[in-house]
Design a protein around this ligand. Sequence first.
Ligand code: FES
Ligand code: FES
Length: 157
Amino acid sequence: MKVTFTVNGSQESVDDVWEGESLLFTLRERMGLPGSKNACEQGECGSCTVYLDGSPVCACLVAAGQVQGREVRTVEGLADGGRLDPVQEAFLECGAVQCGFCTPGLIVQTHDLLARTPEPSDAEIREALAGNLCRCTGYEKILDAVRLAASRKADAR
Ligand code: FES
Ligand code: FES
């Protein structure tokens, strides 16, 4: 089947999508958008998190056919041209990236958190990121990155 949807602001069509194909597969293998990672493919780790119509979802759990006519935003779409989003910058600056497999999902989830809750408490950060698993960092650097991104965004307002 053919699926047409908006990804990172531009309308795209993909041919020959099979019925059981995930959005994650379509993005990574057909559309040249490998930012969203495939770690568990079972909705357990959050490494594949993307926005679908403005809400974060696990792209591995969404059938590609379900996004017909809808809007997807991936981690690649958070940057403004050549300028990284403050959340992306904060993860780099705080050393919150080791192997990087969890990072795109954490960045999308953090981006959503700060859009809804600009000054989150540590408890709110932990709750928002509870579905995003990292095997490397021990989470302290990730918390630092979310706090830094929040303060940068506050300064920019
Ligand atoms: S790859 Fe989708 S939740 Fe793990
Ligand atoms: S940096 Fe390796 S899983 Fe998080």
